[in-house]
Design a protein around this ligand. Structure first.
Ligand SMILES: Cc1cc2nc3c(=O)[nH]c(=O)nc-3n(C[C@H](O)[C@H](O)[C@H](O)COP(=O)(O)OP(=O)(O)OC[C@H]3O[C@@H](n4cnc5c(N)ncnc54)[C@H](O)[C@@H]3O)c2cc1C
Length: 499
């Protein structure tokens, strides 16, 4: 007999099949991505197994200092949410344990916790370190291991292939969304609480509720880990579910009513700015979509809700779908054939200007609008969505090869963006090179790839107002809109229409 699960079976994959270990003291949920206690299929699945086996469920979260682009910015954002997640789980009787190793410290915490578990549940996710972690657990554990996809409203395995464009995916999603959005998300309660469990033999493992939550304490903690401190947390930005919920309610009130016509105007704060909270799973796409639909009298029929759902559920699912079915999602070889052929034909085209990575990183190009976008990315960690497209397109013009352009985009985006290292990022950086797009009239260097200019995009996005906004925000966070401060040179940025 197996338990009755409320979790959609398309979300679950058994990485190691078999019977639960009979001596197991608990079900272990190794939380890698979906850092929330609510609306979480992986957590629900772990609870339902635990109830079936009549044992408690334990949540484990670790934050290693050696992930790609590990920095104070990413570490602080994650740490901001640890105590809060532990408290929310504790309210449901679930013990949450946390491990913050320093650089060079290696302890097989998951394996040790798993050795006493009946089975292990973890998150399924198409990118970053998760596929590697899961493959390694699949090889090393000696109990059942389930990976659960909590990425989106529609499970990723609903479809069996990568879609070539939003146009092909959209009608398929729209057929499913009304029913899935109408379903109440289950909130199963564990029958046995795990708050009393302790693990004294595991060095460095602490209870999540003992992690501090004050910014100064967290900054001190981050400094002990050995991560890159030169990419710092941005003043006023906080991770964690509560901070995400505050942004959500601000967006529903102020941004959503103007979203349809205003989301490309970079001077307005119209977009939700929720991508960092989605990236770290502190909020779920489903709960955001439901809140947006409920916030407007016309529901899904409201033009702004429809435009927002297009980004949140269609474009985001398209990005996850692409990475899920495309292991080489960080390479030019993942582009459609027409784009690869066109790029090959134009590989030798003359570049008018080449900038090295340091010049780009420190916003020292001749294009003031681009410099402002890069400065927003580097100093504030949250570049505006519309101008991100221009940011990528111009890097293509200024790089010796398309491969180098993509590598530079990934480096800058993943190092500095709060929402970096995400399927949305890899997909959209490849979009700059033709993915999910159509051929355009041929041009030097871009070939058939859609071109974009600072003049055109700057006019549409109200570039001068955007530059002023970035300058104001930088001043509020203690910086100035100048070149990279490490160089000690200052550069006044004004908008002159770019090239
Ligand atoms: C070169 C480039 C790099 C990008 N890198 C990232 C990245 O690292 N991480 C990331 O999450 N997004 C990335 N995007 C996509 C998009 O720009 C961001 O999701 C968006 O700017 C986040 O701001 P927001 O939350 O205010 O978005 P909103 O406009 O409020 O949209 C709501 C949500 O929908 C999703 N979304 C919006 N636009 C897209 C899109 N084009 N594709 C897929 N999902 C989308 C996001 O989850 C977003 O939070 C990138 C885009 C480009 C062109």
């Amino acid at each position: 007999m197996t338990p009755e699960f409320s979790v959609d079976p398309r979300r679950v994959v058994a990485l190691r099949a078999g019977l639960p270990r009979r001596t197991g003291r608990y079900v272990l949920y190794f939380c890698q991505v979906q850092k929330r206690a609510e609306w979480s299929p992986a957590l629900d699945y772990a609870i339902e197994w635990a109830n079936y086996l009549n044992i408690p469920v334990v949540v484990y979260e670790g934050l290693r200092p050696d992930y790609p682009y590990a920095s104070a910015r990413h570490h602080r954002f994650i740490l901001d949410g640890v105590r809060e997640l532990a408290l929310r789980l504790a309210a449901r009787g679930i013990g949450h344990f946390f491990y913050l190793p320093k650089l060079g410290e290696r302890f097989p915490m998951v394996a040790r916790l798993a050795s006493d578990a009946a089975l292990v549940v973890t998150d399924d996710h198409p990118t970053f370190v998760v596929p590697r972690h899961n493959a390694s657990l699949q090889r090393s554990l000696d109990c059942p291991l389930f990976a659960v996809d909590g990425c989106d409203v529609v499970p990723l395995r609903t479809f069996d292939r990568a879609f070539p464009s939003a146009a092909v995916l959209r009608p398929r999603l729209h057929r499913l969304l009304p029913d899935l959005l109408a379903l109440p998300d289950p909130l199963p309660q564990p029958h046995i609480d795990s708050l009393g469990l302790t693990f004294p033999s595991l060095p460095g493992l602490c209870r999540g509720i003992d992690v501090p939550d004050q910014p100064d304490d967290l900054d001190r903690l981050v400094k002990t880990t050995g991560v890159d401190l030169s990419v710092g947390a941005v003043r006023g930005v906080r991770g964690g579910r509560q901070a995400g919920l505050v942004r959500l309610s601000q967006f529903l009130r102020n941004g959503l009513p103007r979203y349809a016509e205003g989301r490309n105007l970079a001077d307005h704060d119209v977009t939700s700015n929720l991508s960092p909270y989605l990236h770290y799973g502190m909020l779920s796409a489903g709960e955001i979509a439901r809140a947006a639909i409920a916030a407007r009298p016309g529901g899904l029929g409201d033009v702004s809700v429809a435009a927002f759902v297009e980004e949140l559920l269609v474009r985001r699912h398209l990005a996850h779908n692409f990475c899920f079915f495309t292991p080489n999602y960080q390479h030019i070889s993942a582009l459609p054939a027409w784009a690869q052929t066109s790029l090959a034909e134009h590989a030798a085209d003359r570049r008018k200007v080449l900038y090295d990575r340091e010049t780009l990183l420190s916003s020292r190009t001749a294009d003031p609008l681009w410099n402002a976008i890069q400065t927003e990315l580097r100093e504030l960690g949250e570049p505006h969505g519309y101008l991100r497209m221009l940011w990528g397109k111009r890097i293509i013009e200024w790089s010796a090869t398309y491969e180098e352009a993509l590598a530079t985009m990934i480096y800058l985006n993943d190092r500095f963006a709060y929402d970096g290292r995400d399927p949305n990022g890899y997909t959209n950086m490849l979009w700059c090179l033709g993915l999910h797009d159509r051929p355009f009239p041929r041009r030097p260097l871009f070939g058939l790839i859609r071109p974009m200019s600072s003049d055109g995009a700057g006019r549409r996005a109200q570039g001068p107002l955007y530059i002023d906004r970035v300058r104001r925000q930088l001043a509020e966070s203690g910086g100035t809109l100048a070149g990279h401060s490490a160089k000690g040179r200052s550069e006044q940025l004004t908008f002159d229409g770019g090239r």
